[in-house]
Design a protein around this ligand. Structure first.
Ligand SMILES: NC(=O)c1ccc[n+]([C@@H]2O[C@H](COP(=O)([O-])OP(=O)(O)OC[C@H]3O[C@@H](n4cnc5c(N)ncnc54)[C@H](O)[C@@H]3O)[C@@H](O)[C@H]2O)c1
Length: 391
């Protein structure tokens, strides 16, 4: 016959007591954590407050837009997977707007349906500005599926969740790359869209999906087709800090600054035999401050059951050579320039006709001096040698 050992019995009792204490402690901690104390500022609609989901808000344009929205008293939720953006940009915003209910950051991938559904279930958004995307023309030609997945399929996911959760307004980040290489300049919103690279095609597919969806929906939709974005916050709080490994894919302003800082030996101008006045490509460079202003105006003018499509550009084309000259002046560095053959997927000349957005949204580009925009961006670059990681 076995008799219970009194020592073992008291040991067991002690363990049970400990487990109960730990459980009670966990419940108390959960109840005091911000996500458990429902409803939070972000989980309920509040009269007079517009809560905007900014996807890709840790990125270049998204962070600048979030800053402007916060300054205008919008409530902002940033969702980003940090694949290309910077947590440092989010920290800058959090430091500027630490008050409860102003800004929250959610680390999530928009390609994950459960994560997206959870975000929309737990938050009461009034509007979504969908910036999140991979956005390099060159990369899209070598890895097209990444682009169709990240841009087209993720936009479908966002749109479905918006519809399921009754979110009323969508501002969609599209691009002049959806036009391809039109014969007639400037590009109006009526110019046929014939994209010539997977980036442009993926964005055009996302636009088409949104337009088809809009036919049976009350959603207020604005599609903004940006031209080439440059510049940074004039007060020097935010900048453009792409991943170093994407340097080769990067945009011309990044390359100019890297060359001016001696990180790369010089800049490579790809294509000198285009049918333009100096043989290099012509683009319409829009300052990020103007661009985010267009988003605020789009939010203000968005109407239910209505789709607005707008070009966001200056209406002026500048050649790559002109851009490089402006960059040399802005940085004060005599940047070395190497001329190379064309890059696949590029087009000769692209500039906008911004008449429609001026007429309907009362928006016009104000920062149209290339050297000035680049000078502002250069100040941030010089003060942030390692991007947001350190100064
Ligand atoms: N920069 C330009 O010149 C330009 C021109 C036309 C259109 N656009 C569009 O503007 C938008 C923003 O571009 P940007 O220049 O700020 O790029 P960016 O790379 O700086 O920002 C994009 C952000 O989206 C995030 N992101 C990407 N995939 C994600 C995913 N699956 N889930 C969650 N987050 C994700 C990235 O981490 C990044 O923070 C893009 O839609 C781009 O196509 C940009």
């Amino acid at each position: 016959m076995e008799y219970p050992d009194p020592k073992r019995k008291s040991n067991m009792f002690g363990k049970l007591l400990m487990a109960a204490a730990v459980t009670a402690l966990c419940i108390i901690m959960l109840k005091h954590s911000p996500s458990f104390s429902t409803p939070t500022h972000f989980s309920r609609h509040e009269k007079g407050v517009t809560h905007v989901l900014v996807t890709g808000g840790a990125g270049y344009i998204g962070s600048h837009a979030a800053l402007r929205l916060l300054k205008e008293s919008y409530r902002v939720t940033i969702v980003d997977n940090l694949s290309r953006g910077n947590i440092g940009a989010v920290k800058v915003l959090q430091d500027l707007f630490p008050e409860p209910g102003r800004l929250q950051f959610i680390y999530a991938d928009l390609g994950d349906p459960d994560a997206v559904d959870k975000i929309f279930s737990e938050n009461a958004f009034d509007a979504v500005i969908h910036f999140a995307a991979v956005a390099y023309v060159g990369e899209s030609t070598t890895d097209p599926l990444k682009y169709y997945h990240n841009i087209t399929s993720n936009t479908l996911m966002v749109l479905k969740s918006m519809a399921a959760h009754g979110v009323g307004t969508l501002i969609y980040s599209s691009t002049c790359a959806t036009y391809g290489e039109p014969e007639k300049m400037p590009i109006t919103e009526e110019t046929p869209q014939v994209p010539i690279n997977p980036y442009g095609k993926a964005k055009k597919m996302a636009e088409d999906m949104i337009l088809d969806f809009s036919k049976n929906s009350d959603m207020a939709i604005m599609i903004l087709r940006y031209f080439n974005v440059i510049g940074s916050d004039p007060e020097g709080r935010l900048g453009e800090a792409p991943r170093p490994e994407l340097r080769e894919q990067g945009r011309i302003s990044g390359a100019c600054f890297d060359a001016a800082r001696g990180i790369i030996p010089g800049i490579k101008v790809k294509g000198t035999d285009y049918k333009t006045h100096d043989g290099t490509c012509i683009r319409d460079y829009i300052d990020v401050t103007d661009l985010v202003d267009a988003h605020v105006k789009a939010l203000q003018h968005a109407k239910p059951q209505n789709v607005g499509i707008y070009n966001v550009g200056t209406g002026k084309g500048r050649s790559v050579k002109e851009f490089v000259e402006a960059c040399k002046k802005a940085t004060g560095v005599d940047i070395k320039v190497e001329y190379l053959p064309r890059r696949p997927g590029d087009y000769a000349e692209v500039f906008s006709d911004p008449t429609k957005i001026r007429r309907e949204l009362n928006w016009t580009a104000r920062f149209t001096d290339l050297q000035e925009s680049l000078g502002i961006a250069w100040r941030w670059q010089k003060a942030h040698h390692n991007g947001y990681s350190s100064s």
